[in-house]
Each structure stands twice: as structure tokens, then as C-alpha cells.
Design a protein around this ligand. Structure first.
Ligand SMILES: [Zn+2]
Length: 376
């Protein structure tokens, strides 16, 4: 008998265990015995089974589970939401200037707080021995097709093109007026996409490489098309610092766990209430089938908080990609076990939104402890 151990990081409930025992042998086409120990599942089989195939089969079985957002923990504080929306004040003070739908220029005190947050997060990433990088804006469309992004999230993609290199097209542009709409027929096929996340740049850089356990980090702009933009909580261009882990399963999971603890403590020091929940990505169409899988394996954890107006927003996310992205990018890990990747994303505008929603637009009147935490 060969035993395959898969760590699921989840207290499996009775019903899922029963379904796995009953259905897994059929979906893996093999006579199996299945046992559980805490967060791990043990598959005992006559022949060697592929871990990947087993995970996909487990996905199929847990697909039937409910899609409720599971609450992992909650932290309450005595800080109430401010009575007045800080956003219009920040705009009238010229600290935030809108230049397009969902995109802003930051200056003055708001920028000061932005940079203070960056200093704190960057310091944490450096303590994790991560390699700091700077990334460009565009990513090849072909890479995001290969990584599955354009299939899973087509609704969010901002494509980048240029005018067709033709004398006729270029000459026709002489008639452009300030209110003209650019005719899509004058454009070439979009071979680039505005980066939707920070970590895709890192995957591009590591494509085809072999790595030991390692971490990378960067602050970059991310771009997302939305049907509706919302002040500081839903933007077309926003800043995110990501910390990316590549390595064996434990190394990646430990990195995600440590960053979650750090972020929780940071928010406690800021005296901001929050909830830690099991989340899922906003998949489109067929890719929605991945939602239950993501939830059952707790592949995406988010910290959410309430901001001015009562909206709840995710301010940080902790994502375990398992083997999916390193396989897409042909990255090998020097490890006895399968290679994994994971990323942590801290959304700057959203964290600032949470702070301003509790303490108001006037940073001179913020509590001393808050300023100390941010080193302002
Ligand atoms: Zn990422």
C-alpha cells in the first residue's frame, strides 16, 4: 500500500469526509482507503496516485459545499466610524485629485500617510528576507492567457494597444478633436495588459527558473476595469505592495501565516476593527467552479473592515496558489516535495480609507498612538 498525504489546512466536516470516502475512489479510478488526521487527508492505494489529480478530484467533490463566507476571527475596537465623509475634504484640500474614473493623484498629508504605510510594510517584507524589486506597468497578454488570468477575470482586464502602424491611420489622427472618441479600428491587437496584480511581474521574471525557497516583494500600481468605481475602495488604478513566496508547501504557508499575524497586529495597533474571512476571487463564467475549491482549501484569506458609509472592504489578502502558477510559468523549486507559491497583497488606498474612516481627514488631530504606529 502506498500512502499519499495531502494537507488540507481545514477541519473537514462530517459530510465532506463522508463524500470524500465514498466518491474519491471512483473519481480516481482506483481502489482506495481514506483516513483523516486533523487538517490532513491520507489516501492509501495499491498504485501511486498523482497529487495533482487527487486535488482536482477533491475539488470536484467539495464543489457542492456552501458558498458562505467563513469567519475565522474578529477584532473589535472602541473606535467608531467618523460622522463626516473624509473624502470630499481630502479632495478640497487637494490631497486627492481625480484625473479619471477611479484614478487619483495624491499629495500633501495624504501622501505622507501613504508613504508612512509603505515604510512600515516594506520594513516587514525586508525582515522576511525578501528580494525587493521594481516592476514595469505592462505585461504581455500571452503571459496572462497562459496564467489563466484573462480566462478567469476577463471582466477586469485593461488591455493596452497602440495605433496601427499604417500611414493612412496615422494621418487620420490629424483630425482628432479634444472630444473625439478613438476609433477601435485604428488600433493594433492589444499584445499587452496593464498589470492586474504585482505578482504576475514576479512570475514573469522567474519564468523557467529553478529556485530554492525564496521571497520577493514590490510596491506597484495595479489596474482593474470595474463597471462602477467607488472613491477609495474601488479604483481603476491602485497601489498594492505584494510579498511573494516560492518554495515547498510549508515555507509558503508559513510565510502567509506570518504575514496574516503581522497584519492583524498592525491593525490592532492602529485600533481598527477587522474580520478575518475565507474569501474567493471574483471569477467569471466557467471559472466560478473554482470558488468552492478555493474556499474549502482556504486558499484565499482576507482581512475586511468597515469604512465610512458602512461598506465592508478587503484591505489585505493572503493567497495560496498551490502549484497552479509555478506550473503555468514553468518554475521549478529545489525541494523534496512539490513546489508552491503564494502572495500577500496590501491595498494602500483601502488601508488608508480604513484609517481615515475612523480618524477623519485632519491628521493633526489623530491620536498620538496612531501617529506613533505609523511613525508620522
Ligand atoms: Zn498576487
Amino acid at each position: 500500500m502506498i500512502t499519499t498525504k495531502l494537507r488540507l489546512d481545514l477541519a473537514l466536516d462530517k459530510e465532506i469526509k463522508k463524500s470524500l470516502i465514498e466518491e474519491l475512489p471512483y473519481s480516481l479510478n482506483s481502489k482506495l482507503e481514506i483516513t483523516f488526521d486533523g487538517p490532513s487527508i491520507f489516501i492509501h492505494s495499491e498504485n501511486k496516485i498523482s497529487q495533482k489529480e487527487a486535488l482536482i478530484s477533491i475539488q470536484g467533490i467539495v464543489n457542492k459545499t456552501s458558498s458562505e463566507q467563513e469567519l475565522l476571527s474578529r477584532h473589535d475596537t472602541n473606535t467608531e466610524l467618523v460622522g463626516e465623509d473624509p473624502f470630499p475634504k481630502l479632495v478640497s484640500n487637494d490631497e486627492i485629485k481625480e484625473t479619471g474614473e477611479g484614478q487619483f493623484i495624491y499629495s500633501g498629508d495624504f501622501l505622507l500617510v501613504f508613504e508612512a504605510l509603505e515604510k512600515r510594510l516594506k520594513h516587514y517584507c525586508q525582515l522576511q528576507d525578501s528580494i525587493e524589486q521594481k516592476y514595469p506597468t505592462l505585461i504581455r497578454s500571452s503571459e496572462l492567457i497562459n496564467a489563466g488570468y484573462l480566462k478567469s477575470f476577463p471582466q477586469h482586464a485593461y488591455l493596452s494597444s497602440h495605433f496601427s502602424v499604417s500611414k493612412e491611420v496615422l494621418e487620420s489622427l490629424e483630425s482628432l478633436e479634444p472630444d473625439s472618441i478613438i476609433d477601435k479600428n485604428t488600433l493594433d491587437n492589444p499584445s499587452y495588459v496593464l498589470a492586474p496584480t504585482v505578482c504576475y511581474h514576479c512570475f514573469s521574471h522567474l519564468k523557467g527558473n529553478t529556485l530554492n525557497n525564496s521571497a520577493f516583494s514590490s510596491l506597484n500600481k495595479c489596474h482593474r476595469h470595474e463597471m462602477q468605481y467607488q472613491k477609495l475602495s474601488r479604483l481603476s488604478t491602485y497601489w498594492m505592495r505584494e510579498l511573494m513566496y516560492f518554495g515547498d508547501q510549508n515555507f509558503v504557508q508559513d510565510g502567509l501565516d506570518d504575514a496574516l499575524e503581522f497584519t492583524k497586529q498592525f491593525l490592532k495597533n492602529l485600533n481598527i476593527p477587522f474580520e478575518v474571512v475565507v474569501a474567493s476571487d471574483p471569477f467569471f463564467g466557467n471559472a466560478q467552479k473554482k470558488v468552492p475549491y478555493q474556499k474549502i482549501f482556504r486558499l484565499k484569506i482576507e482581512i475586511i473592515t468597515e469604512v465610512y458609509g458602512g461598506e465592508k472592504i478587503a484591505i489585505a489578502s493572503f493567497n495560496n496558489h498551490q502549484t497552479s502558477l509555478i506550473e503555468s510559468y514553468n518554475i521549478s523549486i529545489n525541494s523534496e516535495t512539490q513546489g508552491f507559491s503564494g502572495c500577500i497583497g496590501w491595498g494602500f488606498e483601502r488601508i488608508l480609507h480604513a484609517i481615515y474612516s475612523r480618524y477623519g481627514h485632519e491628521i493633526n488631530s489623530w491620536p498620538k498612538e496612531l501617529k506613533q504606529t505609523l511613525d508620522l
